[in-house]
Design a protein around this ligand. Sequence first.
Ligand code: TRP
Length: 337
Amino acid sequence: MENTPQKICFSGIQPSGTLTLGNYIGALRNFGLMQDSFQCLYCVVDMHAITVRQDPAALRRRCLELTATYIASGLDPVRNILYCQSHVSGHAELAWILNCFTYMGELQRMTQYKDKCAKHADNINAGLFTYPVLMAADILLYQADVVPIGADQKQHLELTRDIAQRFNALFGDVFTVPEGYFGKVGSRVMSLQEPTRKMSKSDPEDTYIALLDPPDVIRRKIRRAVTDSETDIRFDPVNKPGVSNLLSIIAALSSCDAEQAAQELQGQGYGKLKERAAECVIETLAPLQAEHKRLMADKAYLQGVLDENAKRASQMANRTLSKVKRKIGFADWGRKA
Ligand code: TRP
C-alpha cells in the first residue's frame, strides 16, 4: 500500500567483546530477516557497553568491528540504518526523561542487573542500574514496532512496553508500544562444555564458538564438546543436553528441525554428529568471516557508513524527542537548539 508508512524495527548489540555463535543464532541472524518488511535500525550500543569498564582503544576498534559484522552478516548498509548509539545524542536525552518515569522497584527486579552486580561487585554503578531505561529510550526514540532480541532481553522489553504505556497514559499516544521478535523457538545455543548453561563469551574459550573462529578451531571446539555416555542420537534437552545442543545448532543453521536432524544422523555415532555440526557452523560463518576481513581493511568506508547513518537516525530521533519535550512541558517557542 502506497501511503502506509513503513513499520520500524530496532535492535542493538554491545561492542563489548567477541560475538559468539549464540549471538548469531539468537539475534544477528534474525536482523537480516527484517530488512525486506521494515525500516530497520541496528545500533552499536557503546553507551550500554560502558556500564562495565572498557579499554578506550578496544571500545573504539570494536565499534567498527561490530559495524563490519552487521554488514558481513547480510545487513545492507543502505537500506538499514547501521549506526553508533553515542553519535545520536537523543538516546541520552530520552533516557534521562524516561528515568523519571521508571520506578526503582522495577529496575531492582531486573535479573540481568542482579547477575551483573554479582559479576562486577567492584563496580556496581548507577548506569548498570538504569541500563534498561537507556534500552527503552533506544527503542522508543524511533517508534519501533518490532524488536528482534535474544530471550535474555525479554524482561527489558517488557519494561520498555510498561514505560511506553505509562507515558502514553499520561500524555496521549506519544510512543509506539513495541513487540519482541524471538525467532525460531528453541534456537538458544548452550555452552559446549556445560550444555545446561547459555553459550556466553564471558565463559572460558572452549565453551563458545566466536564468530571469527577459524575452521580448525571450530572443529576442535565442537569435537571436544561435552555429550553423554550413551550412543544414540536423540533430541532430548533434559536428559541429553549436550547432544541436543549440537542438534539445535545443526537445525538452526540448516532448513530442518532438531528432530529431523536427529533422524538423519540416527545410528551414526557422536563423532559423525559433531562433524556435521562443525560443517554447518563453518559453512555459515566462512562467508561472514571473509566479508568481515574485507570490510575491516577499509575503515574509511565503515566510518562513512556510521557518519551517514547517524544523520539519518538523528532526524528520526529528533521527531520523537521534540514531541516528548513538548508533552512534558519543557519550555519551547520554536527556538533552534
Ligand atoms: N541490552 C541488549 C543486549 O545486551 C542490547 C541493546 C541495547 C538492545 N539497546 C537495545 C537490544 C535496544 C534491542 C533494542 O543484548
